[in-house]
Design a protein around this ligand. Structure first.
Ligand code: CAA
Length: 415
């Protein structure tokens, strides 16, 4: 399907700008930043100057209000050149979504215009050493003290940590509550007691810092509590991930396309048995499968993103999880096959295809492991089983239960 059937001219314009930046500032510097584990400031500056950080910020706060589909297109183009830079960009949306989706008007006015202008970068602090997939199991606390919250504890795997200025931090504000335990609070860089500690030495996405963030009696005003009402943090985190997962999925599709591009280019030039390996049927089959999977994932990502832009509805989590899971599994498969097409050269760090392979693995892990995505999808399928009541006559009546009973059985298994 031609792109202009689906995308607004604005989304394509933003994607075109991203492609130019990818060609000029991202791909040529990717190997160096990967080796040295340094942040690609030149590219981030170019992204800011081109107004690409405005993509996901609503118009009322200085953004383009271009939506999640445009965010996906921009991320895809950047990740096609360097998957690490794709997340260095997209994580700003992840960190901003709690404010966009749950913030008060005053909070949106305070922080979002600076993000839109590219003056301030954002990070998302949810995971902890003992709370990864179980995002409700947090232990970082925020205690009320007069007009302030006082935050104590450590966060793990904060992407963009150190370079970011604004941190959306998920904290326990009511340890006695089951469903209203967690709140999201903004902490700004430079607040006394806030520090970036261990900078991780990573297998891939080495151009973006992933760190531990420590909170040692960090005092912030209550006006930094996102939404102004405590206890909404877990919902804000889940809503955020629903909107952000198509972004990580788009990063995966960009990465898959980048690896495929290299495999095609190499296979047309590399000769074995007297002809380019691209004319050998076994290589052709690999290239074809890589392209088919990448395109299948791409359109699933676009569908999920378009669904969110169209107002969501109760199927958004499922679509976002499907897209994240399929696209990131695809990126890993395609990058693995791209290395295979390169043969011995693919295993060497002299060529960029090895980096695509290393970068791909984290995609299946962060923003919810692909096991968590499958859990989200399966829970939705079971909940939607009520829509299949018309099939009851084909189900043996001995096994029939009410749908409420069946859902309860699945819930019990999941807890
Ligand atoms: N939207 C709104 N509310 C939601 C929701 C959604 N999508 N999903 C769940 N909720 C609500 C539920 O309705 C429920 O509300 P009530 O208490 O009022 O009934 C509440 O949240 C709890 O829901 P669950 O019982 O389903 O929660 P759970 O504990 O079983 O967890 C989970 C569900 C899907 C496993 C969730 O914990 C999860 O997504 N885990 C993965 C965490 C994750 O993705 N971490 C990534 C960190 S960020 C990162 O990696 C980025 C990076 O570095 C770049």
């Amino acid at each position: 399907m031609p792109h202009d059937v689906v995308f607004s001219p604005q989304a394509e314009e933003l994607a075109e700008l991203a492609r130019k930046i990818a060609d000029e500032y991202v791909r040529p510097l990717a190997a160096r930043h990967d080796k040295e584990q340094t942040y690609n400031r030149e590219a981030a500056q170019a992204v800011a100057e081109a107004g690409l950080f405005r993509t996901f910020i609503p118009e009322a706060y200085g953004g383009h209000g271009a939506g999640v589909l445009a965010l996906a297109r921009v991320t895809e183009e950047l990740a096609r050149a360097d998957s690490g830079f794709g997340v260095a960009f997209a994580v700003n949306a992840l960190g901003s979504f709690p404010i966009i989706l749950g913030g008060t008007e005053e909070q949106k006015q305070r922080w979002l215009p600076q993000v839109a202008a590219g003056e301030k970068l954002v990070a998302f602090c949810l995971s902890e050493k003992f709370a990864g997939s179980d995002a409700q199991g947090l232990s970082v606390t925020a205690r009320e003290d007069g007009d302030d919250y006082v935050i104590c504890g450590e966060k793990k795997w904060t992407t963009n940590g150190g370079v970011a200025d604004i941190y959306s931090v998920f904290c326990v504000t009511d340890p006695t509550s089951k469903s209203r335990r967690i709140s999201a609070i903004v902490v700004e860089k430079g607040t006394p007691g806030f520090s970036v500690e261990k900078v991780e030495d990573k297998m891939g996405i080495r151009c973006v810092p992933v760190v531990e963030t420590h909170f040692d009696n960090v005092r912030v005003p209550k006006s930094n509590l996102i939404g102004g009402r405590p206890g909404m943090g877990f919902k804000h985190a889940m809503m955020t991930l629903d909107c952000a997962r198509p972004g990580v999925a788009a990063q995966a599709i960009g990465a898959a396309q980048g690896a495929l591009d290299l495999a095609i280019a190499y296979s047309c030039r590399r000769k074995q048995f007297g002809k380019p390996i691209s004319s050998h049927q076994m290589v052709q089959q690999m290239l074809a499968d890589m392209a088919i999977k990448t395109n299948a994932g791409r359109w699933l990502v676009y569908a999920a993103a378009a669904g969110i832009d169209a107002g969501g509805g109760d199927k958004v989590s499922k679509m976002a999880a499907m897209a994240k899971c399929f696209a990131t599994d695809t990126a890993m498969e395609v990058a693995t096959d791209a290395v295979q097409v390169f043969g011995g050269y693919g295993f060497m760090e002299d060529y960029p295809v090895a980096k695509f392979f290393r970068d791909a693995k984290i995609l299946q892990i962060y923003e919810g492991t692909n096991q968590v995505q499958r859990l989200v999808v399966a829970r939705h399928l079971v909940r939607e089983a009520r829509e299949l009541e018309h099939l009851d006559e084909f189900i043996p009546h001995e096994v029939q239960r009410t749908y409420a009973e069946a859902e309860q059985l699945v819930e019990n298994l999941n807890t």
